[in-house]
Design a protein around this ligand. Structure first.
Ligand code: URP
Ligand code: ZN
Ligand code: ZN
Length: 469
């Protein structure tokens, strides 16, 4: 006897779409077919589309304050918002507090994540200081399933030099992990920023001017070269510019172990600031900066040609109002140096990408599943437990109504931020029901399921989950 049956829906995987029922037992997908055994409960899914739950492998939740600014979401609100947008697994970052060990930081995040509604794994963010101790701690953590480590080539307090990056890459490679790189040349950004400030250009429009595509292109190519020298698997996160993508495509052609991620904010026309003179434009400040239409088009080409391996939100929810978010240093007008970078997006990631990608004919719905669920699960060692509709996989499902258009409004979202940069965007479809390990956690506009039911996921060694290009 099954615990639950979803009957009459259309199943969509990364490779095919077909009509079938899904049987669930013990939180796992037990069977798929048209003549399933009896079930204690049944959910009618005629006319609905069933996808594997989304895997959002880049989100910032409850991290330490940055220059006085704090993220709005804790694990409760972020996991709730994720579930309401069809995401069933998140991979946020463990971010170290100065002077504390990595082990302490990991323990802190386990405490914080105890409130999660959905399952989670962790990446680890490294800072520039205390690297010797961190390198000593990393091998054990990698072996325990924290197999993805992010380093920054910019941001005060985080920016690492090449030699340190090489040391990190070697250590991570030995632990069968992946290094994630924020690829922007921080020296160029600071130099350009000083020059523009000296000329009085401090409005938010300067954000794109101090971090132009060349700054991302150089850092991307350098990261690729460093990873080649160290023999490390590399993932370039939040790629925004066509020139950076070109470096990644070059690396892939060479057969290097280089992967690439981009995010809705770099693909969608909705992400457009005005003249940069008003606070309203702070809602579009993230790093790297969103680019103009030609770069967006180039990124879509990269999606079509399989140059990108995954699409993540880079959810980084600084509130717009109040003293702990975008306006942390206040002022009548925004100053480019004082606005913390980052956009909220964990709940809208899937509907926005579905609209901009599948509805607009830029990718198939199967490719959408690959980039937003199966591939992130694979490359972070969570597949086929996550990202799959196979028997034996966790029954993590997103049930979509493709005939329920709506306008995105922050008032209807579930995060703890106070705006969405997609306010007013029209989308054709939304996940109307989300199941996590067989439990309905979002249906008919209501969140259900106990906070704290989410489970920690150890990342398996990536050799067991190769990405099929
Ligand atoms: O602006 C961004 N992307 N903020 C989040 C931190 C990061 O670099 O991913
Ligand atoms: Zn970054
Ligand atoms: Zn990020």
């Amino acid at each position: 006897m099954l615990d639950l049956k979803l009957a009459g829906g259309t199943l969509v995987t990364e490779s095919e779409s077909f009509r079938a029922d899904i049987g669930i037992k013990g939180g796992k997908i037990a069977c798929i077919g048209l003549a399933l055994p009896e079930s204690r409960k049944s959910i009618e899914a005629h006319g609905l589309i069933i996808l594997p739950g989304g895997v959002d492998a880049h989100c910032h939740i409850d991290e330490p304050a940055y220059g006085g600014a704090r993220l709005a979401d804790d694990f409760r609100s972020a996991s709730r918002a994720a579930a309401c947008g069809g995401t069933t697994t998140i991979v946020p970052f463990v971010n170290q507090l100065a002077g504390r060990s990595l082990r302490n930081a990991v323990e802190d995040y386990h405490d914080k994540a105890r409130a999660s509604l959905i399952d989670y794994a962790f990446h680890i963010i490294l800072k520039e200081t205390g690297l010797a101790q961190v390198l000593a701690e990393l091998p054990v953590l990698l072996a325990e399933g924290y197999r993805s480590v992010k380093v920054f080539m910019t941001y005060p307090g985080y920016m690492m030099g090449d030699r340190d990056i090489l040391d990190v890459m070697k250590t991570v490679a030995q632990g069968d992990g992946t290094v994630l790189v924020h690829a922007e040349n921080g020296h160029c950004i600071h130099w350009l920023s000083d020059r523009l400030e000296a000329m009085g250009q401090t409005s938010l429009s300067a954000h794109a001017a101090i971090a132009p595509p060349v700054v991302e292109r150089e850092a991307t190519h350098r990261a690729i070269s460093l990873a080649q020298v160290a023999g490390c698997r590399l993932l370039i996160v939040h790629v925004s510019a066509g020139d950076a993508l070109e470096q990644i495509e070059w690396a892939k052609r060479k057969g290097l172990d280089v992967l690439a991620e981009t995010c809705p904010q770099y693909l969608c026309d909705a992400i457009q600031m005005g003249d940069g003179e008003t606070w309203e434009d702070a809602k579009f400040i993230c790093s790297p900066p969103p680019r103009a239409a030609p770069d967006r088009e180039r990124l879509w080409q990269g999606i079509a040609s399989a140059s990108f391996d995954l699409l993540s939100s880079d959810h980084c929810p600084y509130r717009f109002d109040g003293a702990t978010g975008k306006k942390v240093l206040g002022g009548a007008k925004p100053h480019v140096r004082t606005v913390p970078p980052g956009l909220p997006g964990i709940e809208v990631r899937l509907p926005v990408l579905y609209e901009a990608g599948v509805v607009k004919g830029r990718m198939s719905i199967n490719r959408f599943v690959a980039l937003t669920s199966a591939n992130p699960a694979r490359l972070y060692g969570l597949y086929p437990q996550k990202g799959s509709l196979m028997p034996g996989s966790d029954a993590d499902l997103a049930v979509w109504d493709m005939t329920s258009p709506r306008r995105i409004a922050h008032a209807a979202l579930h995060d703890a931020c106070d705006y969405t940069p997609y306010e007013g965007m029209q989308v054709s479809a939304w996940p109307v029901m989300t199941l996590s390990r067989g439990d309905v956690i979002w249906a008919d506009g209501e969140v259900s399921g106990d906070f704290g039911r989410g489970q920690f996921l150890r990342q398996q060694a990536h050799r067991s989950c190769p990405i099929d290009r």
